[in-house]
Design a protein around this ligand. Structure first.
Ligand code: FMN
Length: 203
């Protein structure tokens, strides 16, 4: 049973969440879990202005995703930073290259799940995840979120990401806040949840 975690990260927040999702998925015996980054689409000069060239070195060892390998996975968990309340362009461009998979129904019946990061607490985490579900539904995927059974999403004693739609982290407007232990726990829970479902369906 194979799980792909496909993400884009500019400053490392989604990358840390992706690693936690992978940890959770690997807790399910028999789950083969792979991390992949989607290719960068912004010119280097723009990335430099965004202060993104240094941060990316921390996860440049993660292999780039290819569209073809999606068909070999039983479940795909996508991670994206919020961009204006939506997925990032790099991820959209990757998804826009999956037309052949759509035409052949290659992803029908696979599990899809999404996690995210935004700068601000109410900056569009839920809209990013929910709007990401639309292309997954067009592919015929089964959507999995983050059940309220993960009780950390009900905390009000500290600021935290996480909703029934998926795990999330709040990065701060300068990216100064890294994922909290509660947010990483949500990501691990989501990874394990998806792997458990995939094992029931495909194991
Ligand atoms: C073009 C652009 C648009 C963004 N839009 C939002 C937004 O709508 N809401 C928000 O809270 N943060 C927004 N952000 C902040 C990013 O979501 C934040 O940098 C990201 O979650 C950090 O994750 P990363 O380190 O994995 O890249 C935006 C950032 C950029 C560059």
């Amino acid at each position: 049973m194979k799980i792909l975690i496909i993400y884009y990260s500019m400053y490392g927040h989604v990358h840390q969440m992706a690693e936690a999702v992978a940890q959770g998925a690997k807790e399910v015996p028999g789950a083969e879990v792979e991390l992949r980054r989607v290719p960068e689409t912004l010119p280097e000069a723009v990335l430099e202005k965004m202060g993104a060239l240094e941060a990316v070195k921390a996860f440049s060892h993660v292999s780039l995703a290819t569209v073809d390998e999606l068909a070999s996975a039983d479940a795909i968990i996508f991670g994206t930073p919020t961009r204006f309340g939506n997925m990032c362009g790099q991820m959209k461009q990757f998804l826009d290259a999956t037309g052949q998979l759509w035409a052949s129904g290659a992803l029908v019946g696979k599990i899809g799940s999404v996690f995210t990061s935004s700068a601000t607490q109410h900056g569009g985490q839920e809209s990013t995840i929910l709007s990401f579900h639309i292309p997954l539904l067009h592919h015929g995927m089964l959507i999995a979120g983050l059940p309220y059974f993960f009780q950390g999403q009900m905390r009000i004693d500290e600021i935290t990401g996480g909703s029934p739609y998926g795990a999330s982290t709040i990065a701060g407007t300068s990216g100064e806040r890294m994922p909290s232990e509660n947010e990483l726990a949500a990501a691990r829970f989501q990874g394990k949840h998806v792997a458990t479902l995939a094992m029931k369906l495909f194991g």
